[in-house]
Design a protein. Structure first.
Length: 288
């Protein structure tokens, strides 16, 4: 993980913690390389999950470390979720890491699980919010004192103004838990209105990630994320998806993109060639 405040407490005694991959201004490159080498020696593989909003220099650092180590055992998984949603996803992957899934399946499961995380925020202003298209009328409404909006960034992006006669947007059609994080807002709307409407089974509070005000364009917010909390459900969800072997690096995967080398799965008509053409030995490249 690329930020300590994106590592949520485990929900049970079996869920492992996450390692922190620090930014260039916090750690020299040789130290970062050494830390990654230790992780590989201890665990065999590393799945590094980071938000798409990460600083470009930090992302370049991740790729530099992998390049210097010449390792095909490091997966760099960029996630397009708001900060609290990323934290929830990372915890789910930590839960799955103790199951009997291969590293490739755990890495590629990130894309699957994002579709089951309903991440959003209650905002008191959308004047600087650009993650979801905001029309001029909505911008104008945000200048009215006391205005509140609810933005859902995933899985179905939308932004609505809320008021006494306005209900919350549609939520997940399955049982979830909700984690919330308050910024400079005292509103209880998420707990008192959104959670009952979404039939949330439990609510947990967390500290607001440091990246959240920049992501949402305001510090006056309450961020939230509804998610599947049960490891058995997560396991069944991932296990139900057909597994393939990456035609390039040989890692196991689910979905249509390898979590380790980012190679897309070939079209169906190209996956039935003779073993001599698409064999694992023929297509695994040398370390680069």
């Amino acid at each position: 993980m690329t930020s300590a405040d994106l590592v949520l407490p485990p929900t049970d005694q079996q869920t492992p913690t996450a390692a922190l991959l620090q930014a260039p201004d916090a750690q020299a490159l040789d130290m970062a390389i050494g830390d990654m080498h230790v992780l590989l020696e201890q665990h065999g593989y590393v799945v590094a999950v980071y938000p798409s909003s990460i600083a470009p220099a930090h992302e370049r650092r991740l790729y530099s470390v992998r390049s210097v180590l010449e390792s095909d055992r490091i997966a760099l998984v960029k996630v397009d979720l708001p900060p609290l949603g990323v934290a929830v996803l990372v915890r789910q992957l930590r839960q799955l890491s103790i199951c009997d899934f291969s590293p490739g399946v755990v890495a590629s499961a990130a894309r699957l699980l994002t579709h089951y995380i309903h991440a959003g925020a209650l905002l008191h202003s959308v004047t600087r919010f650009d993650r979801i298209p905001v029309d001029l009328k909505t911008h104008a409404k945000s200048w009215v004192p006391g205005s509140q909006f609810v933005a859902v960034a995933s899985p179905d992006p939308r932004l609505v103004k809320i008021g006494p006669k306005d209900g919350p947007p549609a939520g997940p059609e399955f049982g979830t838990h909700l984690v919330t994080a308050k910024g400079q807002s005292q509103s209880e709307w998420v707990k008192e209105t959104l959670a009952p409407a979404w039939q949330v089974q439990a609510i947990q509070e967390s500290a607001l990630p440091s990246q959240s005000p920049a992501w949402w364009g305001t510090g006056k917010l309450v961020e939230f994320a509804a998610y599947l909390p049960d490891l058995s459900v997560l396991y069944q969800l991932v296990a139900s998806v057909r597994r393939e072997n990456c035609h390039w690096c040989g890692m196991e995967l689910i979905g249509d993109l390898c979590g380790f080398c980012s190679s897309p799965l070939p079209a169906t008509e190209n996956r039935n060639n003779s073993a001599g053409v698409l064999s694992h030995e023929a297509l695994v490249p040398p370390h680069s």
